[in-house]
Design a protein around this ligand. Structure first.
Ligand SMILES: C[C@](O)(CO)[C@H](O)COP(=O)(O)OP(=O)(O)OC[C@H]1O[C@@H](n2ccc(N)nc2=O)[C@H](O)[C@@H]1O
Ligand SMILES: Nc1ncnc2c1ncn2[C@@H]1O[C@H](COP(=O)(O)OP(=O)(O)OP(=O)(O)O)[C@@H](O)[C@H]1O
Length: 295
């Protein structure tokens, strides 16, 4: 086998309810998660040792050493499965780092999918066994809409309509631990027990609008530009909901049609040339994330 390529889609927390805190400090979550058709690209090729090269428009500041989640994931998998081979891994960063859209976690998950193919491991160990890499890693292993509980390890796939979206990062980094620390109430109501069967994007967005991201207020307290960004997204023609993803600072705006989302992206690109801006339809990215062999 020569080279296998794969895709690490951005993770979007459509909702993020913080419902409690464990004795070890980690927070209990009730979050509706989906994935975007924008993301990082990875490849793996056979080699005796493990190595990683990072390229791409968002590579600056991303570690290339053993602290990169891709190498940490590869080492953990090799150790669990007693693999004595290595891999030459490349990572093309297109997602901004430390931005609430799970870039590192999705990279780790994509690396695990690719190495499972390269090393002939089928199936992978259960998603929960990769929780030591980070709370977001288990949910990124299958990039499908899901309701996430526990501290990120309880995964229940859900059915959502395709959601046309604009994603914007205003180029400020907010540290996840600092945002959780700044959260005033650690015990907030969960989402309703069951999700309605949505007839389309509009109905789903109406329901989402009644839910929350509990980390949005503390993130705004640390970085007030997030409130400005949300106001500007909310004022876009056709925008039905503007909210922050994860611990920020990336925010998303939801629309009823892909045309409206793309028009909003063009308008934002012209106004904020320095910001990271992407548009696409949120949903199941399994097919796009499928590892593919190259000669
Ligand atoms: C905010 C989310 O992105 C929502 O999906 C995740 O909860 C965070 O996922 P992540 O970045 O993979 O998180 P980790 O790398 O495991 O943890 C970073 C830090 O976030 C805090 N953390 C994370 C997850 C969680 N359920 N409770 C927490 O309190 C802890 O302070 C932890 O030290
Ligand atoms: N593959 C990677 N890509 C980006 N950052 C990485 C990677 N591996 C390790 N890191 C480190 O992890 C930190 C957090 O980056 P990441 O992009 O995963 O955060 P995030 O988008 O906030 O994730 P989450 O939504 O899971 O909180 C970065 O500051 C960087 O130093």
């Amino acid at each position: 086998m020569s080279r296998i390529e794969g895709f690490a889609p951005a993770k979007i927390n459509l909702t993020l309810h913080v419902t409690g805190q464990r004795a070890d400090g980690y927070h209990l979550l009730d979050s509706l998660v989906t994935f975007a058709p924008v993301g990082d690209r990875l490849s793996v090729a056979p080699a005796d040792e493990l190595s990683l090269g990072v390229t791409g428009p968002e590579a600056a500041g991303v570690p290339e050493d053993g602290s990169n989640l891709v190498l940490r994931a590869a080492r953990l998998l090799a150790e669990k499965q007693d693999i004595r081979r290595g891999a030459r891994i490349t990572l093309e960063k297109c997602l901004p780092a430390a931005s609430g859209i799970g870039g590192g976690s999705s990279d780790a998950a994509a690396a695990l999918r690719l190495l499972a193919r390269l090393w002939g491991l089928d199936p992978l160990p259960p998603p929960q066994s990769f929780a030591p890499l980070g709370a977001d890693v288990p949910m990124c292993l299958a990039p499908v809409p899901q309701r996430v509980g526990g501290i990120g390890e309880e995964l229940r796939p859900v059915t959502l309509p395709p959601l046309p979206a604009l994603l914007v990062n205003p180029r400020i980094e907010v540290a996840t631990p600092a945002v959780f620390r700044a959260l005033a109430s650690k015990t907030n109501p969960p989402m309703p027990d069951s999700l309605p069967a949505f007839a389309g994007a509009g109905e789903c967005i109406d329901w989402l609008a009644a839910q929350r991201n509990d980390l949005q207020a503390p993130a705004i307290a640390l970085a007030p530009v997030i409130a400005e960004l949300l106001a500007r997204l909310g004022a876009l023609p056709g925008c039905r909901l503007a909210r922050m993803s994860g611990s920020g600072a990336t925010c998303f705006a939801l629309f009823e049609t892909p045309v409206a989302a793309e028009a909003a992206a063009e308008r934002f690109r012209a106004t904020y040339p320095g910001w990271w801006i992407a548009s696409g339809t949120l949903g199941d990215q399994t097919q796009k994330a499928q590892p593919a062999s190259r000669a």
